[in-house]
Design a protein around this ligand. Structure first.
Ligand SMILES: Cc1ncc(COP(=O)(O)O)c(C=O)c1O
Length: 395
């Protein structure tokens, strides 16, 4: 029904993925599988809704405190996640990262620690440091099947007096982990016991496949120390149309975030995004199911290709969620520097650089598989070429 294998030329659209490789890599002449947007068209109802708004021809200041904003979001959470959201707890924000930054600023002082699972979405690490807070790593343990939290170590961190915030990502970027009910119970109870505020980024929620995504909204009690933030940027590939929302029952944070958004002069929403939210959340559930099937089949292809041709150097597992694969090259014995150099200069393929997600050395790269199958085949052939080169030239 949907052709996710359609190839759309993105040149001259100022996309970071293609035209911004020089921001991260030494070379730009590469096939990109790095930044987390999709080489896949936004669903037609969303594009039509944006077009409809443009057709009006006047794009003035816009109000979000109305049903056009509340109802689609409440509908999506109710029908997709069996989660109830109340208007009084739901707010517009310019971006997910803006919500996180302002929450961190409201809840902590410079020099204080923010707990994050490691590996971590790389921008969390830079964002914490840019706000003069300190990254406090809570490393995952990988048991060969899945990533797990070390709850004893996590609780010890939460007990520290200077620890006020856990910046939580579920589904998790880059590992694709979806947290279970038991794990969420444990996180909430530890954080409650030690007065640690949970900032939950659930931006990848619509790409949970093997396990059901459960929003921390379900764990909120009146005034509890939880904020959940998300948007449609990943889901419908509209990250270039900034918008987001957050849900909290915490009175202090409600007040502080509203105040800071006003203070920054960015209280009015993106008029095009309001139409996109309505169309995406009211009309595109079947598209989301279909794209998840497509992504899963792409992931299975990557795994089977690696098993056939790269088994001596890569360990590939299929994550519960996201369109990102966190691929382990530790058994190759090569350093990240060697692997990245070969990927970039020999394979000419841009993959997420593992150490930027680690706060430390890494033996992984991140691969974005939301693209047509032919490109993915080409990408895997290039990865093979890079490792073949390393095998033939390594002393
Ligand atoms: C976990 C996570 N949070 C936030 C973002 C960015 O969200 P926004 O563009 O709304 O700030 C990304 C983008 O890759 C992400 O993976």
């Amino acid at each position: 029904m949907y052709d996710f294998n359609e190839v759309i030329d993105r040149s001259d659209t100022q996309s970071i993925k293609y035209e911004g490789m020089d921001l991260v890599y030494e070379t730009s002449d590469m096939l990109p599988f790095w930044i987390a947007d999709m080489d896949i068209a936004t669903p037609k109802p969303v594009l039509d809704a944006i077009q409809k708004r443009l057709d009006h021809r006047i794009i003035g200041y816009t109000k979000w405190q109305q049903d056009k904003f509340y109802e689609p979001i409440k509908h999506w959470y109710r029908t997709r996640f069996d989660t109830r959201v109340m208007n009084s707890d739901l707010f517009y924000s310019p971006t997910v990262l803006y919500t996180i930054t302002e929450s961190i600023r409201a809840l902590t002082q410079p020099g204080e620690g923010i707990i994050v699972n490691i590996p971590s979405y790389n921008t969390f690490l830079t964002l914490i440091e840019a706000n003069r807070r300190v990254v406090v790593p809570s490393p995952f343990v990988f048991d060969g099947q899945e990533y797990k939290m070390d709850f004893d170590a996590f609780e010890s961190l939460c007990q520290r007096a200077d620890m006020k915030v856990f910046l939580f990502c579920n589904p998790h970027n880059p590992t694709g982990k979806v947290f279970t009910t038991e794990e969420l119970d444990e996180i909430v109870s530890i954080c409650e016991a030690h007065d640690v505020f949970i900032i939950a980024d659930e931006i990848h929620m619509d790409f949970a496949r093997q396990k059901k995504h459960q929003s921390l909204i379900n764990w909120m009690k009146p005034d509890s120390n939880i904020i959940v933030t998300s948007c449609l940027g990943k889901t419908f590939n509209i990250s270039g149309l900034p918008h987001a929302y957050y849900v909290t029952k915490n009175r202090f944070l409600k007040m502080e975030l509203s105040r800071q958004i006003l203070a920054a002069g960015i209280g009015n929403p993106n008029a095009l995004a309001l139409n996109a939210i309505e169309a995406g959340y009211m009309e595109c559930a079947d598209w989301v199911d279909a794209i998840n099937d497509f992504i899963l089949s792409n992931m299975k292809f990557v795994k089977s290709y690696a098993e056939e041709f790269l088994d001596d150097v890569l360990d590939v597992y299929i994550p519960d969620a996201t369109f990102l694969m966190w691929i382990d090259f530790s058994k190759s014995g090569y350093s990240e520097e060697e692997v990245q150099e070969a990927l970039q200069k020999v394979g000419k393929v841009a993959l997420g650089i593992g150490s930027t997600y680690m706060h430390d050395d890494s033996t992984h790269f991140r691969m974005n598989v939301a693209c047509d199958r032919a490109r993915l085949e080409e990408g895997m052939a290039r990865i093979k070429k890079a490792f073949d080169h390393l095998k033939n030239n390594h002393s």
